[in-house]
Design a protein around this ligand. Structure first.
Ligand code: ATR
Length: 283
C-alpha cells in the first residue's frame, strides 16, 4: 500500500487509527489531508472514512476498537453529542461536535470549525476593529459566528434568508442582525458565506445580491466545490479580496490533527493535498 503521495506506509499493531464519520463520506477530502499529514511528519497513524448511520453504535465502536480520534461531519455533528463522555466548552457553546478525541476510552467532543474559519481569514486580513457579516443561520453559521465573536474587538452581524433565525442566532452569540435587504446600505469589511448556496450543482446561485460587493471588501466562502463559487468570482471581478473554502477546511483539520497527535500540523502540505484532490486533472 502507498499513500497518494507515494510515501510508503507501514501499518503494524502500534499504528493509531483515525477516521471521519458521516453520511455520505465518499467525497470527503479528510482522509487524503490527514494521511498526507501523518506521512509528512512520520507519525504512525492512518485515517479512513466511515459511512455511518448508527451513531450510537459508532461511538461504542470507537471505544471498543480503540480508534484514537474521529472527525464528525454531516449529518452527525449534533446527534453524536449524546454519546460522548465529555463536551469541550467551545463545542457546547457552538452546539455541535466535529472532532472526537479518545482519551483512554473516554470520548471527548471538540469543535474546531470556528477556529478554522478565523484562521483562514487571518491568513488574508486582520480582524481587530473589523465588522464581519455572516450569511446564514444554520450550524455552520453558528460555528463561524462563535469563532469570530471569540476574537474580542470585532463586530459580527448575521444576515439570513429566514430573518427570524438570524435574529435568534445574533442574540444567542451576542452579535447583531441585519435584514438581507439592508445589506447593500450597511458598512462592513468582511463577508463570509456559510450557506450551501453556490455549491455544485447549483453553481450559478449566490446567497447575496451582487450589489453588496465592492473593492476593498474581504469575501470568504466556506463552499469549496467549486473552488471559485459565483460569489467569489463576482467579488474578485469587482476588486474584493477572496478566500476560498479550502482555508477553513484545512485549518479545522489542522486543529484536529494537533488535538489528536500533540504535534504541529504540516498545514502547507495538508492544503496542497486538498487542492490536489479537488483538481485531480491538474496533477
Ligand atoms: P449547515 O448546518 O450546513 O449550516 P443548515 O443548518 O441547513 O446547514 O443551514 C443552512 C443555511 O443556509 C440556512 O441559513 C439557510 O437559510 P434558511 O434559514 O432561510 O433556511 C441557508 N440557505 C440554504 N439554502 C438557501 C438558499 N437557497 N438561499 C438562501 N439561503 C439558503
Amino acid at each position: 500500500m502507498t499513500r497518494a503521495s507515494g510515501h510508503p506506509v507501514s501499518i503494524d499493531p502500534s499504528t493509531e487509527v483515525y477516521g471521519v464519520m458521516g453520511h455520505p463520506v465518499a467525497h470527503s477530502k479528510s482522509p487524503v489531508m490527514h494521511n498526507q499529514a501523518f506521512a509528512e511528519i512520520g507519525y504512525p497513524g492512518v485515517y479512513a472514512a466511515f459511512d455511518v448511520t448508527d451513531v450510537a453504535g459508532a461511538a461504542d465502536g470507537i471505544r471498543a476498537l480503540g480508534i484514537c480520534g474521529v472527525s464528525v461531519t454531516i449529518p452527525h455533528k449534533v446527534a453524536v453529542m449524546a454519546y460522548l463522555d465529555q463536551i469541550h466548552d467551545q463545542a457546547r457553546e457552538i452546539g455541535a461536535v466535529n472532532t472526537i478525541v479518545n482519551e483512554r476510552g473516554r470520548l471527548i467532543g471538540h469543535n474546531t470549525d470556528g477556529e478554522g474559519a478565523v484562521q483562514a481569514l487571518l491568513d488574508h486580513t486582520t480582524l481587530s476593529g473589523k465588522t464581519v457579516v455572516v450569511l446564514g443561520a444554520g450550524g455552520a453559521a453558528r460555528a463561524v459566528g462563535h469563532g469570530l465573536c471569540s476574537q474580542g474587538d470585532i463586530r459580527v452581524i448575521f444576515a439570513n434568508r429566514t430573518e427570524k433565525k438570524a435574529r435568534h442566532m445574533a442574540r444567542d452569540l451576542g452579535a447583531e442582525f441585519v435584514p438581507m435587504a439592508d445589506l447593500e446600505n450597511s458598512r462592513f469589511d468582511i463577508l463570509v458565506n456559510t450557506t450551501p448556496v453556490g455549491m455544485h450543482p447549483q453553481t450559478q446561485a449566490m446567497a447575496v445580491s451582487e450589489s453588496v460587493l465592492r473593492p476593498g471588501l474581504v469575501v470568504m466562502d466556506i463552499v469549496y466545490n467549486p473552488l471559485e463559487t459565483r460569489l467569489l468570482k463576482q467579488a474578485r471581478q469587482c476588486g474584493s479580496t477572496v478566500i476560498d473554502g479550502v482555508g477553513m477546511f484545512v485549518y479545522q483539520g489542522a486543529r484536529q490533527f494537533a488535538l489528536w497527535t500533540g504535534c504541529k500540523p504540516p498545514v502547507a502540505r495538508m492544503r496542497q493535498a486538498v487542492y490536489d484532490a479537488l483538481n485531480p486533472v491538474d496533477n
